[in-house]
Ligand binder design. Structure first.
Ligand code: PLP
Length: 456
């Protein structure tokens, strides 16, 4: 007994340093303590039920409370709880690496395990740099990423992240990352006549950045198939193919950061398959285990591993817990569920149903744009639908932070109200959700957003 009342959240206020959380909020109100999950629902310490509209944090693809995954973890922990991948291997990591190689597109047959997404992104950049060094182009070291993108928080991954609010306190970051426009068509500054032309223009900005920096200095372009931060920004038709062509032209590696987009979120194992383009590296995490254990991976094209196989060479990189046996065993069981329950086909068949429920909200004056794909959507809130005028920082503060987030949760929907750029409500429910859950999401959003508009 510690003497702390954990269920009331006061111990969290005193001792638990929550992530990306305002400490002033912690000081004035106890944290909501979530104690249990079941299917698409989570329950707090008082027994209240909430629909998990964000799969935790874009993680819990197969839903909460899956005993198969708990049992897979227990079985592996009983057999071999831990062993590193430093010079030794263990069966779950070997089997999972082979399975991911089969699932990943093209020659992406080399799997480097990490414990999460930041480490996977970090690893991809390090591999790109080391690969070009080994192959006689040591100046190729820079990365290109898109405005408002999120790629993680470790210093390398944070440098690639394009969100000023996440970076400012930690400058100077790792040199050198160049930022290019994302593909937010609703907020475009370019006068493209249609989505296709806009996508070609956005891709060409990457070519321009490479030219500006000097092709001899650029190692890799990091892109999420659907960009999360900034509000579920899908790629225009033809965009990713064009990015691929540009990377080929300049001998730059294309890294698909699929930490969110992988494992069914977009109705395929990987977003690269959804949009039919071939990356050189995929970074993934989150849905790989549905969050029942922590695991990430960098899946690289075979040719990128070749230079490290010669003589006494090696890729001087690793993590104690990368490819942890328990996490790898959980990932295998999670892939069994995704495959057995045909969740990719299920998401593809239900994307438009989900979208349809959300698009009913277009009759509300505060709803400006609804965008996304798979089970991954963002709703952009506006002050004026016609002019697309957005909210001031102060209005966002009152509207999103003080009102909408809390009201949605109080009404039984856990999702994200993001005010780091344009105000967005993000939805990424577990892939097992059906029409009744989409209807529940729509009803709660309708009530809360209507009320928010009246308060404005
Ligand atoms: N990359 C993307 C696209 C992400 O969305 C995230 C996390 O949300 C990361 C990287 C970092 O992953 P992690 O938080 O597991 O380090």
């Amino acid at each position: 007994m510690t003497g702390h009342d954990i269920s009331a959240g006061s111990a969290a206020t005193d001792h638990l340093w929550m992530h990306f959380t305002r400490h002033s909020t912690q000081d004035t109100s106890a944290a909501s303590v979530i104690v249990r999950g079941d299917g698409p629902y989570i329950y707090d310490a008082a027994g209240r039920r909430y629909l998990d509209g964000l799969s935790g944090l874009f993680v819990v693809q197969v839903g909460h409370g899956r005993q198969e995954l708990a049992q897979a973890a227990a079985k592996q922990a009983g057999e071999l709880a831990y062993f590193p991948l430093w010079s030794y291997a263990h069966p779950p990591a070997i089997e999972l690496a082979a399975r991911l190689s089969d699932l990943a597109p093209g020659n992406l047959n080399r799997v480097f395990f990490t414990t999460g997404g930041s480490e996977a992104v970090e690893t991809a950049w390090k591999l790109a740099r080391a690969y070009f060094r080994r192959t006689g182009r040591p100046l190729k070291h820079k990365a290109i990423s898109r405005v408002m993108s999120y790629h993680g928080t470790s210093m390398g991954a944070l440098s690639i992240t394009g969100m000023p609010a996440a970076r400012n306190d930690f400058e100077p970051l790792v040199p050198t990352v160049v930022r290019v426009p994302n593909t937010n068509y609703y907020r475009r500054h370019h006068r493209a006549s249609d989505l296709y032309e806009f996508g070609q223009w956005a891709a060409d900005q990457i070519a321009e950045a490479i030219e500006q920096e000097g092709p001899d200095t650029v190692a890799a372009v990091f892109i999420e198939p659907v960009q999360n931060a900034g509000g579920c920004i899908p790629p225009p038709p033809g965009y990713l193919r064009r990015v691929r062509e540009i990377c080929d032209r300049y001998d730059v590696l294309l890294v698909a950061d699929e930490v969110i987009c992988g494992f069914g979120r977009l109705g395929e194992y990987f977003g690269s398959q959804r949009y039919d383009f071939q990356p050189d590296i995929i970074t993934c995490a989150k849905g790989l285990t549905s969050g029942y254990a922590q695991l990430g991976a960098m899946i690289a094209d075979e040719r990128l591993a070749e230079p490290f196989r010669a003589d006494r060479d090696w890729f001087a990189h690793g993590f104690t817990y990368g490819g942890h046996p328990v996490a790898a065993a959980v990932a295998l069981a999670n892939l069994d569920i995704i495959e057995g329950e045909q969740l990719n086909a299920y998401v593809r068949a239900n994307t438009d149903v989900f979208r349809g429920y959300l698009e009913r909200l277009y009759d509300l004056p505060i709803v400006g744009d609804i965008r996304g794909d798979g089970f991954f959507f963002g709703i952009e809130l506006v002050k004026d639908k016609v002019t697309r005028e957005t909210f001031t920082t102060e209005e966002k503060e009152v509207l999103l932070r003080e009102h909408v987030s809390k009201a949605l949760f109080d009404a039984g929907l856990y999702c994200r109200a993001d005010d780091r750029g344009d105000p967005i409500i993000q939805l990424a429910p577990p892939l097992i959700c059906d029409e009744s859950h989409f209807a529940e999401i729509e009803q709660i959003l309708r009530a809360v957003l209507s009320d928010a508009w009246r308060r404005l």
